[in-house]
Design a protein around this ligand. Structure first.
Ligand SMILES: [Cu+2]
Length: 148
């Protein structure tokens, strides 16, 4: 009886690092900093409805692609594929003067949800988008919307 208890306790201790690792994952301790990744560019394609569509994968802590090229004056529909299970993220752009005021995101336990960020760029130029959750932006979770 005692020996069996001892064995069970030993197993419990062996599993502790795994539990800590899972906890670190859940709290956002893991992930890839966007600052360490190269630029990946994608040009939106105009669909039959005249909307510029582009897909963006939202990871911890980067967007892919992180450089989106669109045309001025044509509506844009960015399909956001949230790839993290536990860490919430947003796709945020605060360039209201350029028609780029948008913030779409998920909460905790997002489990591969998809959302849409819709806007119509009114000015040519390069505008930053980012994730406004916690310190994700500082970790390099950002990108550029290029309006031509
Ligand atoms: Cu984020």
């Amino acid at each position: 009886m005692l020996r069996r208890n001892g064995r069970a306790m030993g197993l419990g201790i062996a599993r502790l690092p795994l539990a800590l690792f899972a906890l670190a994952l859940a709290s956002g301790g893991c992930g890839t900093a966007g600052t360490k990744l190269p630029v990946s560019e994608m040009t939106a394609r105009t669909n039959s409805a005249g909307v510029q569509v582009v897909d963006v994968d939202v990871h911890s802590y980067y967007f892919k692609p992180n450089r989106i090229v669109v045309k001025q004056g044509v509506p844009v529909d960015v399909t956001l594929h949230f790839k993290s299970f536990f860490v919430p993220h947003t796709f945020t752009c605060n360039e209201g003067d350029a028609g780029l005021a948008v913030s779409e995101g998920t909460g905790f336990m997002s489990f591969h949800r998809t959302k849409h960020a819709r806007f119509t760029p009114t000015q040519r130029g390069q505008f930053e988008f980012f994730c406004h959750v916690g310190k994700h932006h500082q970790k390099g979770m950002e990108g550029t919307i290029v309006v031509r």
